[in-house]
Design a protein around this ligand. Structure first.
Ligand code: ADP
Length: 600
């Protein structure tokens, strides 16, 4: 200390340095240390101690003064209520609160430290039980902490001037805390944003338990929690098992009672709109609304996590509680900040959306499985029925042929024969359809599409002539080779050609063309017939579908040909594309991969 400088001047110089530090330092403990030391070294108090507010408790974090006192009181926790109880008796000295020993409440807070000396007899003598505090507030009036000093200079009640100087230190302590709080808040908000993004992107994973595991990791990482559990209740209509994820992973069973209790706490949090916090000291605050058994369970839960501060939040969508989120953090680390609590609620909602999406997806998959099963059943049914029809029909046709040979002159025989033929075609189509469905392997060989097209035209010539439909065929001079089962592929081209002729009016034309574009071979079948509406085109390749157009409907057909054709094309790695306009005509294009050997 400089001898020439008055204590006041020195105090102000120290304050000035402190103010610079308060605005530039990022380490709150360091700044508070300096403030407390300033109060002791410059202002001459025996002890200066600063406590930070954590929830509803002051926690002593900074002490300047004799080492043994420091050791005694550092880390002490004092309920805010008990200090405010003392404030009620205090003299207000600006921001300072002086509680003379004779007004001190009887039940002295056990954490209070009482110096051991004989009080002087004069009016302004300091008494061992006198207390001088300064609650520390933020710029916005929020309580952040409390400073207390003892053993004032000369063991006298501080003079007005001494108080003014002390007040200035107090203001700096409040500012430093406020700055640190704001910094933490901003940092927290950035981290919480990152966490929410991670949780949402975890929701993109294919399986819900993967999503939950990934989300659990992200939350634990951003919130510095030692343990974390997510539990999602089963959803009734899917009969799903409960899903859960833990960080770090643990397979410990959770009893039903525990799950129920945790769900209850999560729904309590849901009602409150903020997480429920639980640790050693505050379990009883939850008691109202809990049954006696539940109270015991709460205590058991807290005891089982001794040394941890627990936070419960709901996993929810709208008004529906889907599960809960439980976080555990070492109680001696900092408590959950406001922003962290809000972020955890938001995470619960994000997880809710993840769960809902996963369930919708699962429901969809379930439906698809059911539909596939139905389709398989339909296939089997068709196969069985057509197979069973085939045998008696063959017998009928044999006998009809005999009758025709006998030339009975009965007109009915011809009608029977015609209809038996028709029935036979239908049964054959049905058999084809179900065989194609089952067929996995076909006998493949090199096939020249030109040949199949020529055969088709040949086959349809008579029918075309009868219907006065003109037919043209264009093929390139070189072979167009694909690897295929020629019988199957022949059926496709036959079907396209026969449809084109069948659904043409007299005077129309059917044009067939074979070609390749280097990679693919194609067969084009163009007609100037009835055409197909866009609505009908959507279902054109479904089994049993027939156009809604009455003119087309009047022409006999089963609606199986195109379904069979498309399947055969697909089995050959190809496709059939249609372009058509009602009343104008249709173009069907069969496209197939060219055989590798084609160019050779
Ligand atoms: P089918 O001809 O035995 O009814 P398809 O599966 O071959 O069965 O055809 C399904 C339906 O598509 C037909 O009933 C017909 O209404 C329509 N269709 C197919 N090809 C043509 C075409 N070239 N022109 C007009 N309509 C067609």
């Amino acid at each position: 200390m400089q001898l020439t400088e008055s204590p006041r001047a020195e105090g102000i110089r120290r304050l000035y340095e402190l103010m610079l530090r308060v605005n530039s330092s990022t380490d709150l403990s360091e700044v508070l240390d300096e403030i407390a030391r300033g109060v002791v070294e410059v202002l001459g108090y025996g002890i200066a101690a600063i406590a930070r507010l954590e929830g509803d408790t002051f926690v002593m974090t900074t002490v300047a003064g004799p080492e043994e006192v420091r050791e005694q009181i550092i880390g002490r926790r004092t309920p805010v209520a008990s200090i405010f109880n003392e404030f009620a008796q205090a003299d207000e000295w600006g921001v300072l609160r002086f509680v003379p020993h004779d007004r001190m409440p009887d039940a002295l807070e056990e954490s209070a430290w009482v110096p051991d000396f004989e009080p002087g007899s004069s009016n302004d003598s300091w008494h061992p039980l006198d207390a001088l505090y300064a609650p520390l507030y933020s710029a916005t009036g929020q309580l952040l902490g409390n400073m207390s000093v003892d053993l004032p200079p000369g063991n006298r009640i501080p003079s007005r001037e001494e108080r003014e100087l002390l007040e200035m230190f107090v203001v700096q302590a409040g500012l430093a805390m406020y700055n640190a709080q704001q910094r933490e808040r901003l940092g927290d908000q950035v981290r919480m944003g990152d966490m929410l993004r991670s949780v949402s992107s975890a929701g993109q994973l294919a399986e819900l338990d993967l999503s939950l595991r990934e989300a659990a990791q992200a939350i634990a990482r951003h919130l510095q929690t030692e343990h974390l559990w997510i539990r999602v209740f089963p959803s009734g209509d899917l009969g799903q098992v409960e899903q859960s994820a833990a960080y770090p992973p643990d397979d410990r069973e959770t009893s039903n009672d525990q799950v129920q209790l945790k769900s209850l706490l999560a729904s309590r949090a849901w009602d409150l709109g903020r997480p429920v916090l639980l640790h050693d000291g505050n379990a009883c605050q939850l008691d109202d609304g809990l049954s006696a058994t539940q109270r015991v369970l709460v205590r058991e839960l807290v005891a089982a996590h001794e040394g941890y501060s627990l936070m419960f939040a709901p996993v929810c969508v709208g008004r529906e509680l889907l599960g809960y989120l439980l976080l555990a953090r070492d109680v001696t680390l900092s408590t959950w900040t406001q922003d962290q609590q809000e972020a955890v609620m938001e995470v619960g909602r994000a997880l809710g959306r993840v769960v809902l999406n996963a369930r919708l997806y699962e429901r969809e998959r379930h439906l698809v499985r059911e539909l596939q099963e139905l389709d398989r059943y339909k296939g089997e049914l068709i196969a069985t029925i057509s197979h069973e029809l085939k045998t008696p029909l063959t017998s009928i046709m044999g006998h009809v042929e005999l009758l025709e040979d006998l030339d009975t002159g009965i007109g009915s025989v011809e009608a029977i024969s015609r209809n038996a033929d028709r029935l036979n075609r239908l049964v054959q189509n049905l058999l084809n359809y179900s065989q194609i469905q089952d067929k996995r392997e076909t006998v493949l060989q090199s096939v020249d599409l030109r040949k199949l097209a020529e055969q088709s035209v040949e086959l349809m010539t008579m029918q075309a002539e009868q219907g006065r439909v003109g037919m043209t065929l264009v093929v390139p001079p070189e072979p167009v080779v694909v690897t295929a089962d020629p019988d199957e592929l022949g059926k496709v081209i036959d079907n396209l050609t026969s449809n084109a002729v069948k659904y043409s009016r007299p005077g129309g034309t059917v044009h067939l063309e074979v070609g390749s574009d280097g990679k693919h071979a194609y067969v084009l079948c163009v007609d100037t017939g009835l055409g197909i509406s866009s609505a009908d085109q959507v279902h054109l390749f479904s089994a049993f579908h027939r156009s809604s157009n009455p003119e087309a409907l009047s022409i006999p057909g089963t609606g199986l040909g195109l379904a069979i054709s498309r399947r055969i094309a697909q089995m050959h790695g190809g496709e059939i594309i249609v372009a058509s306009e009602l009343g104008k005509g249709s173009t069907f294009r069969l496209r197939l991969p060219l055989s590798d050997s084609a160019g050779a």
